[in-house]
Design a protein around this ligand. Sequence first.
Ligand SMILES: [Mg+2]
Length: 276
Amino acid sequence: MKKTLVSASIVAAFAVGSLAGINISRADLQKSTQEHLVMATNWFQTSAENKALQIQTYNVAKEELAETMVKKIAKDKKNKKKAKPAAVVLDIDETVLDNSPHTAWTIKNNVAYPEGWDEWIHMAKAELIPGAKDFLLAAKKLKVDIYYISNRTEAERADTVKNMKLHGLPNLDEKHLLLKSTTSQKGPRQQEIEKTHEIVMLIGDNANDLSDIFYKADLNTRYNNVDKIAKDLGVKYIQLPNPMYGDFEGAIYNYDFKKTEDQKAADRYNALKTMK
Ligand SMILES: [Mg+2]
């Protein structure tokens, strides 16, 4: 389709009505700095594929955890002195809670994160990621200790707990909910848990939730480091999808979030791998 035809069809599509009270013209779209997030957010919020993938991922995690526990109980019997209780570690945002309504709001208001984020957290109305609660209840049944490691802040603790309690999620006490204090790096908080527990599974939408080998790594290193955990993916390391944001995006900008929206757009464009 020629570009003019695309433009004409977009104008026609948007001219007929308004979206949640916001009228959008082609000119508005061209001025938008958040337009790149529309498709990713559409996919996350409305696609059967995302919902299926999330449930599938948690189904696999549930089965693997049961299997891991059978092996661990046998191993611990032989080695009573060194045996530690099992723990599973989950990220929260886009792993347990769905914050896509916040992303959708930023798009429609042409603002970028963290605009509106505090208000969204305070609303405490995020829905669950499909499959997450089923998994958590199964882990509880298997007597696996559940920890959450999130980069939400202490100031956001009360609203986070409130939101998760509404969904009847387990282990929301201070000891099991490790928020960000000094660093967004999750390894140090995982090591704290490992002082008393054996972490048998880590679940997250950002590769950094699974291992520090991805933390602040450049684009190629980040991509290639997946090979280092390949045999444990789907077993110990459980990766969920999130095309809306994450360190995959940060790596594209070389983690320089002070770049202008235009510079970020250019970085995204330059990161494309083309057919020739
Ligand atoms: Mg997350």
